[in-house]
Design a protein around this ligand. Structure first.
Ligand code: URA
Length: 186
């Protein structure tokens, strides 16, 4: 099956998902967006208010800031795909509950199997703890490359963290420079 068809089928399954209580409060399931042929996959935490409204990941304030780093690293629309650990918004943007992550993560794993990215970038601590290691320390380990089955994996600060603490912006630029270099080396 082609990637498009496989992703469409999975998106339909997700749209009907009732595996956790977030299905009762969501407006839209936020499946993912971007180029299915991209070698770079960003993984965020969970949809926020704007994402829940539109059904698209990273379209609010954090997404706008992320766009600036993408532009800095010359990462275009065709170069990446973006999704979240959770596909539905937690009420009041609280952290995902372990049971919600457990229920939702198989969908992300299926997306990964379809997309087969060569580089994965976790946006923030929650994503890094789930994808890289449960004891991941974002302040110490952001910008470091890890490797799993031939896939390069890095975590960077969540763009929302930069909105709260602009002093982290310099480090974010350095991390995005590394992502750029890794893409050029593919
Ligand atoms: N924050 C996330 O982690 N994901 C989104 O889609 C939006 C904000």
């Amino acid at each position: 099956m082609e990637k498009t068809q496989a992703l469409d089928a999975l998106a339909k399954t997700c749209a009907a998902c009732e595996k956790c209580a977030l299905c009762q409060t969501r407006t839209n399931v936020v499946f993912g967006r971007g180029s299915e042929n991209a070698s770079l996959l960003f993984i965020g935490e969970a949809p926020g208010e704007n994402e829940d409204k539109t059904g698209l990941p990273f379209v609010g304030a954090a997404g706008k800031l992320l766009d600036r780093y993408l532009a800095y690293a010359e990462i275009g629309e065709d170069d990446y795909y973006i999704a979240n650990i959770l596909k539905c918004r937690p009420p009041h943007n609280r952290d995902p509950l372990p049971a919600e992550e457990e229920a939702c993560i198989p969908y992300l794993r299926e997306q990964l199997a379809i997309l087969q990215p060569k580089i994965i970038v976790c946006l923030g601590r929650i994503s890094a703890m789930r994808i890289i290691s449960p004891d991941f320390r974002i302040t110490k380990q952001h910008g470091q490359w890890f490797e799993n089955g031939g896939v390069k994996i890095m975590a960077v600060y969540h763009p929302a963290a930069l909105l709260r603490d602009p002093r982290k912006k310099e480090e974010m630029l350095l991390d995005f420079k590394k992502i750029r270099e890794a893409m050029l080396a593919l």
